[in-house]
Design a protein around this ligand. Structure first.
Ligand code: ZN
Length: 692
């Protein structure tokens, strides 16, 4: 643990800036806090809206993260209004929240932390609270208080675990007041608090004592094996990736099927992590037992659920047996979660989703789950620290956590449930993983952008890897890290298709929607058509759709939660055009393929629909050569080509890539849940090409 305080002369900085600086330093070290955990405060003199001098507590608002916290994230509460609460015997969370809202110096500030009163009641200016790995390792073991005492002697106060709220705040305040010489307090199974007159002193003490705990653990751990030997040998990297790609769809489908409720399929995005600490832990003899004991700190459990799904005795050699076993164990986890809810819930409390957030597979690694890629990252980051904490605790005794009831009370804490109700409604393609072929082209890219705007996680594939990466980067810049990945793929090459699907599965854990869009146009009269051009058109425009659809169908069936395929066909498939033989014939094959797929897969909840666009003139879609050839075929001057196609349709409109994307979105979303085997023209109305 490093002291990172680096401002030599900070006497000139404003006190709120010092609080921001202190908080960011604490937040920058993930061994102290991860993902929104911990909080800090400072008591300062401020001027209120009428120019009066007041004593205010600036405390981190709920929902901000320490490592990126800014001045505006620290809500101000009037100490004159808050401090008298110390004389009360009790106060419910709801009462406390309502009361604090009235004490804000600025009514527009974020809701102050639930630990606000804890900060207020400590009679020192600066208070810093973290969930430091080393401190929870010190408390979360069979020696418990004795270990803390042995490490810190009389320099830290100790409080037994209770859920944060009024009572804990009061206990902390009273302990601090009764021991004016002590500036640190260990919260058993929860975390650490230090206080001082200045932000720097509280920070320095915090770091020094966490470092002391680290050294204490290290000296106690000498010669001990935290997790025993390996129960399964960690597999080599390529083998782990192969297995991750093979098993993830089964796992995802099984978890979604077992954990969804009320006939609403709640899909998840999965992130695979096989970094050395995860792999070593998951493969160890003690991992299963330790993983089922409980969270390192209550704050973690909100992101990880109480226990991971630990996949035991999976036959990594025989995929058939492995799949059956994964389905069985995922169902057992959901059943046990329901039982945990039944054992602990209060009357009228609805059950949350019965899906694990962490899945461990010995020899292979870990998947973490979330409603989107970002959310799936959080449990992953946390579990690295959970492992670290368990290892530390094992240096001192056996690992311990809060009781099941205490864990339940945190998971179903009304204040946390309230936060969930504030989340905006999910978008049409939220929780969906989409693979789009030909995504570097105008239509594919328009579809990718439109789908991402509706919450989809998009796998962009095309021949040109860099073009895909650029389009994917555009999406992640706009919609957040993990919203898209670019993967090179040749739709006409069986092995290339297989590899690309494998990479997509490793990235997101499965697939929900395939938009088979890649195509090539070639214009020539049949008597002049070269065999190579004919074969190329068939390879991309017919075989390409077959190869990606076959791969998707196999994957969908393994996943077992339905699926959706959209074929981008063309108006030509129904109304052929002169000098477009290779294209029209191959596209007609694609259309029939789509219909057969719809027929064969309805029973699996897999829908297959087709789009028939016509004459899209978006940038790059038509080469100059193609334009001149079509002009020739239609007997018109080349500059009139766009106008010709516009005037040819019934609505006299220019059809754009975005129009195709809109139709694709409807077919890909649940809004068209009862539609399969259908063709939607996106052509402004071409009566020769009406589907029939
Ligand atoms: Zn805490």
């Amino acid at each position: 643990m490093q002291n990172r305080w680096d401002i030599e002369d900070w006497s000139s900085t404003d006190s709120l800036d010092q609080l921001v600086y202190q908080s960011r330093l604490l937040g920058a070290d993930s061994a102290l806090v991860v993902w929104g955990g911990g909080n800090t405060s400072l008591k300062i003199t401020e001027t209120d809206f009428r120019g009066r001098e007041i004593q205010a507590l600036r405390v981190k608002g709920s929902g901000s993260d320490m490592k990126t916290v800014e001045r505006k994230h620290f809500s101000g509460v009037r100490l004159d209004d808050v401090l008298p609460l110390a004389s009360r015997n009790s106060m419910s969370d709801d009462e406390m929240v309502a009361y604090l809202a009235r004490t804000l110096t600025d009514p527009g500030s974020p809701r102050p932390s639930i630990e606000t009163l804890l900060h207020a009641f400590v009679p020192f200016a600066s208070v810093a609270h973290t969930h430091a790995d080393a401190i929870v390792a010190l408390t979360n073991n069979t020696r418990g208080r004795d270990a803390v005492r042995e490490c810190f002697g009389k320099s830290a106060l100790i409080l037994d675990y209770i859920r944060p709220g009024f009572t804990l705040s009061k206990q902390v305040g009273e302990a601090a007041k009764a021991n004016p010489d002590i500036r640190a307090l260990v919260l058993m199974n929860h975390g650490f608090i230090t206080w001082a007159d200045t932000c720097k002193e509280a920070y320095d003490l915090h770091i020094a004592m966490v470092a002391q705990a680290e050294e204490f653990i290290a000296s106690n751990g000498i010669g001990k094996k935290a997790f025993g030997g390996f129960s399964v040998s960690p597999l080599p990297a390529p083998e782990r990736e192969r297995l991750a790609a093979t098993l993830a769809p089964v796992l995802r489908g099984a978890i979604v099927a077992a954990g969804s409720q009320d006939n609403r399929v709640r899909r998840v995005i999965m992130r695979f992590d096989d970094s050395p600490d995860i792999l070593d832990f998951a493969s160890s003899e003690e991992a299963f037992r330790l993983s089922q004991i409980g969270p390192a700190t209550p704050d973690h459990l909100l992101h990880t659920k109480r226990t991971p799904l630990f996949l035991r005795d999976i036959d990594l050699v025989d995929p058939g047996t492995a799949r059956a076993s994964i389905r069985e164990q995922a169902a057992a986890w959901a059943k046990e979660y329901r039982a945990y809810y039944e054992r602990n819930h209060n009357p009228g409390e609805p059950m949350l989703d019965a899906m694990p957030r962490i899945v461990l597979l010995p020899g292979v690694g870990m998947w973490t789950l979330g409603k989107d890629a970002k959310t799936a990252t959080v449990p992953s980051d946390i579990y690295h620290h959970s492992i670290h904490v368990m290892a530390g605790a094992r240096a001192l005794g056996d690992y311990r956590s809060i009781s099941e009831k205490d864990a339940y009370d945190v998971e179903y804490w009304p204040l946390e449930l309230y936060k969930l109700t504030l989340a905006p409604p999910e978008k049409d393609l939220a929780r969906r993983i989409v693979l789009i072929t030909g995504a570097a082209g105008a239509i594919g890219k328009a579809i990718a952008l439109r789908f991402a705007s509706e919450g989809a996680h998009v796998v962009l594939t095309d021949l040109e890897d860099p073009a895909c990466q650029i389009a994917a980067a555009e999406i992640t810049t706009k919609y957040g890290t993990g919203a898209a990945v670019g993967i090179g793929m040749d739709v006409s090459n069986e092995e290339s298709v297989r590899q690309a699907f494998r990479k997509a599965i490793v990235a997101y854990g499965g697939l929900d929607i395939l938009v088979s869009n890649a195509g090539v146009a070639h214009s020539a009269r049949i008597d002049e058509l070269e065999l190579a051009a004919w074969e190329k058109s068939l390879a991309v425009n017919a075989t390409g759709h077959f190869l990606v659809a076959r791969e998707a169908i196999r994957l969908f069936r393994e996943q077992g939660i339905g699926g959706n395929i959209v074929f981008n066909v063309t108006k030509n498939a129904l109304a052929a055009g002169a000098e477009f033989g290779a294209y029209s014939a191959a596209k007609a094959a694609e259309l029939q393929l789509g219909r057969v797929l719809a027929i064969e897969n309805g029973a699996y909840g897999i829908r297959v629909n087709m789009l028939n666009p016509d004459a899209i003139f978006s940038a790059g879609l038509w080469s100059d050569e193609m334009k001149s050839k079509r002009a020739q075929a239609q007997g018109i001057p080349v500059e009139n080509v766009e106008e010709f196609y516009q005037q040819r349709n019934l609505l006299k409109v220019q059809v754009k890539a975005e129009d195709v994307a809109e139709a694709a979105l409807w077919l890909a979303s649940d809004r068209s849940a009862k539609t399969t085997g259908c063709i939607i023209p996106v052509d402004g109305g071409v009566k020769e090409a009406f589907p029939r």
